[in-house]
Design a protein around this ligand. Structure first.
Ligand code: NAD
Length: 495
């Protein structure tokens, strides 16, 4: 069985813990590799490599750091198909979704390459006689990045690009389900000129994360994953004095007002609910249909579903791939039975769709007449299941969205600008779409939710990323009037 090793100080580090995890090809259901799970000692080696590299990287010129990122960006552009193929192989998402992920990741590298501009501080001249005050931002040292399975290249790039641009060294612990993209990124960054040890990759599960959380040399932790783990990482990391940003799960609602463009709303719901098999933290998982549009909207979505082409990434016609594991596929399917038992109407049942082979496929499902007490509404399903909740009015729809404990993204579909404006003001979530179902901010804004979708006060990437990976320092300096110098410098004594 092929083994995926750690990558530390510019070299592969074979795992010695004796613990490994399976890496599947989700489209065939066949295990294609095993990934080493790091022991505490192996995590310590990676942290030591990062500590060793951090001091000189911190002292490197801003222009040199930008240069590495520019060259890395060029490598990513030239090799985007290879990276997308690695993503499809281990995650299962179809090539168009994988290419989209790579493109969004590259945006973050482009943003980070502007670091000489981004790290500019403020300056106040003459706050008092001869006294100036200025602010600077400095790197934290060594930071940990812990990432989920669903965006195996983009989420690491959300963190790594800004962290290294700011002069930090990084220990990245990617998802054990699709670990190879992270190793490729580390290798290519070094090819672009990043000194060995500035970015290290350790694989593993909870054991590796626990060691990173308790390691005294880790100054900060960026985490993206499910809410229970995010909450625990935030609590444990901050309890030992680390800076932590922990992004959690989601249940994103799309409110459709009665005046919305029906076809545009139905198309948006289909692509946002079932793209990447619903395994996106910004996927739409609940449509809130307001008033009279409900029946027509459900019919319009249902009519589109037989056309969603489901298949392996090697099939160029496939629009949706398999789920990440057999267990996850079965768990997602279980919500359909529960929804029926709880009184919802399963309009399209993905369980009835048959697939050849042993891949982790599941058809797309649409569940209508969902209420807030049902498990299909309450839980983050993270699969190709779209729930429709009916609301009589805008206030009722808003109450539903804001009553949900998650607060990642929300969208409104309407032709009324005033209604959209009111929604963007009143909705309690971090990212809002107006006639846009998946409002992932471009890289020069920051990404993050509210409530149970984010623990900490700092969103990820963009300006918040620069802020997170640096700490502020304010210098107050006094220089006496040069005319008073003990040595005559030629300044007239007029002041
Ligand atoms: P996960 O929480 O199971 O795993 C995330 C990371 O934490 C992985 O590296 C994993 O190895 C590690 N981990 C798992 N259990 C742990 C534990 N008990 N202690 C310490 N570390 C642990 O998440 P996942 O299944 O890989 O990813 C899907 C989840 O991520 C979904 O909930 C999705 O909404 C969320 N997500 C959120 C965002 C966002 O920006 N808010 C983005 C992508 C994914």
């Amino acid at each position: 069985m092929r083994r995926i090793h750690h990558y530390v100080a510019g070299k592969e580090l074979p795992g010695t813990s004796g613990r490994f995890g399976p890496v599947f090809d989700p489209a065939t259901g066949v295990q294609q590799a095993e990934v080493a799970f790091a022991s505490a000692a192996e995590v310590d080696r990676a942290v030591a490599a990062a500590v060793g590299a951090a001091a000189s990287w911190r002292d490197s010129a801003l222009g040199k750091r930008a240069d590495v990122l520019f060259r890395f960006r060029q490598l990513l552009v030239a090799r985007r198909a290879d990276l997308a193929a690695a993503i499809t192989s281990e995650h299962g998402k179809v090539p168009s979704d994988a290419a989209g992920e790579v493109a969004r990741g590259i945006e973050n590298v482009e943003f980070a390459a502007g670091v000489p501009q981004l790290l500019k501080g403020g300056y106040s001249e003459g706050v008092s006689a001869g006294v100036d005050v200025y602010s600077i931002r400095q790197p934290l040292g060594v930071v940990a990045a812990i990432t989920p399975f669903n965006f195996p290249a983009m989420v690491p790039l959300w963190m790594v690009a800004n962290a290294i641009a700011c002069g930090n060294a990084v220990v990245l612990k990617p998802s054990e389900k699709d670990p190879s993209a992270s190793v490729l990124l580390a290798r290519w960054l070094e090819e672009a000129g990043l000194p060995p040890g500035v970015l290290n990759v350790v694989h593993g599960d909870r054991g590796a994360v626990d060691r990173l959380l308790e390691h005294p040399s880790i100054a900060a932790v960026s985490f993206v994953g499910s809410t229970p783990v995010a909450r625990s990482i935030y609590q444990r990391g901050t309890a030992v004095g680390k800076r932590v940003q922990a992004l959690g799960g989601a249940k994103n609602h799309m409110v459709v007002l009665p005046d919305a463009d029906l076809d545009a709303a139905a198309d948006a719901a289909v692509s946002a609910a079932y793209g990447s098999a619903g395994e996106r933290c910004m996927a739409i998982s609940v449509v809130v249909a307001v008033g009279a549009i409900g029946d027509r909207l459900v019919d319009a979505i249902a009519a589109r579903l037989p056309k969603v082409a489901i298949g392996p990434g090697r099939d160029p016609a496939a629009e949706m791939g398999p789920l990440i594991t057999a267990e996850h596929r079965d768990k997602v399917a279980g919500y359909l039975g529960a929804a029926e038992a709880e009184g919802a109407t399963v309009v399209v049942d993905g369980r009835t769709r048959r697939f050849e082979g042993s891949g982790f496929f599941l058809g797309v499902s649409l569940v209508d007449r969902v209420t807030r007490t049902m498990s299909v509404y309450r839980d983050e399903i993270f699969g190709p299941v779209l729930a429709v909740v009916r609301a009589a009015s805008y206030p009722e729809a808003l109450e539903i969205v804001n009553g949900n404990p998650y607060g990642n993204g929300a969208a409104i579909f309407t032709r009324d600008g005033g209604a959209a404006r009111q929604f963007q003001r009143e909705v309690t979530c971090g990212m809002v779409g107006v006639n846009v179902p998946i409002p992932v901010p471009v890289a020069y804004y920051s990404f993050g939710g509210w409530k149970d979708s984010l623990f900490g006060d700092t969103h990820i990437y963009g300006p918040d990323g620069i802020h997170f990976y640096t700490r502020g320092k304010v210098v107050t300096s006094r220089w006496p009037d040069p005319a008073t110098s003990a040595i005559d410098l030629g300044f007239p004594q007029t002041r």
